[in-house]
Design a protein around this ligand. Structure first.
Ligand SMILES: *[C@@H]1O[C@H](CO)[C@@H](O)[C@H](O)[C@H]1NC(C)=O
Ligand SMILES: *[C@@H]1O[C@H](CO)[C@@H](O)[C@H](O)[C@H]1NC(C)=O
Length: 238
């Protein structure tokens, strides 16, 4: 056995012996000036230690102090304060027999809690392109996840990109994980081009028809003159 271990063992035995020697009073008593005095109940403290003739006299704890176990204390313990600057709020007010219980403020979670929350931190918010997979609790931060492909978010939940084609529109800009796709307003470019061409064709056709009709009319007029003239000539010949 190493010397260190041996010394440690010796020290342990020694301290146990010391405790045993000192623990002359029973569980419900405390030792003061070599005397065993009865303890005060939880919520109380010693007003006057006992002596040969009188028992311990106890007082109630003053406000904002407490004792949670039978004790021989002359002062009660101060109640813990739930500091909002540490992200804390009172979950259970202090009583004579119990300390204040602190909890995280709404929207905060405890980062240092053994039996009582000592400090809390604000829930983190998810970035654009992410969604909240698990909302934060008193004990756990928010859990963010990336939006699946084809969707976008502002940091709360994911929305599918608008499908411009299904709306009979054209895509001006593809969607990203933070922005929606952008569609052209109203009709698609193709429709616009076709409409313009159609109108042009109509106007051209109308003009062409008018032109051709005029030409035909002129030709017919010339023909009838000739016919008349011929008749005239014929008449004059007769
Ligand atoms: C989201 O949270 C659930 C539990 O609520 C978990 O099972 C799942 O794996 C999480 N999703 C992702 C993508 O991590
Ligand atoms: C995200 O969008 C939702 C609904 O569209 C809105 O309620 C929320 O305030 C927005 N969050 C942020 C961080 O912009």
């Amino acid at each position: 056995m190493c010397i260190f271990c041996y010394l440690l063992k010796l020290l342990l035995l020694l301290s146990v012996n010391i405790v045993l020697c000192m623990a002359a009073c029973n569980n419900a008593e405390y030792e003061i000036n070599g005397e065993c005095c009865p303890m005060c109940d939880p919520g109380k403290r010693v007003h006057k230690h006992c002596d040969e003739f009188t028992s311990t006299t106890c007082d109630s704890c003053p406000i904002r102090t407490y004792t949670h176990i039978p004790n021989g204390l002359t002062e009660c313990l101060p109640c813990s304060v739930c500091d909002t600057s540490n992200g804390l709020t009172v979950k259970q007010a202090c009583t004579l027999k119990s300390d204040t219980v602190c909890g995280p403020l709404p929207g905060y979670y405890c980062i240092d809690s053994l039996y009582n929350c000592k400090r809390a931190k604000k829930h983190s918010s998810c970035s654009p392109g992410q969604y909240i997979n698990q909302t934060g609790t008193e004990f756990r931060d928010t859990v963010c996840e990336h939006c699946p492909a084809g969707s976008y978010s502002n940091g709360t939940f994911c929305i599918l990109h608008t499908d411009c084609e299904s709306l009979h529109k054209t895509t001006i800009r593809e969607g990203t994980d933070t922005t929606d796709a952008e569609c052209s307003d109203g009709a698609s470019l193709l429709t616009v081009i076709l409409s313009v061409c159609g109108v042009c064709l109509l106007i051209f056709t109308v003009i062409a028809v008018i032109f051709v009709k005029k030409k035909i009319a002129k030709k017919q007029n010339n023909g009838s003159y000739q016919v008349t003239n011929t008749q005239d000539t014929n008449l004059s010949t007769f």
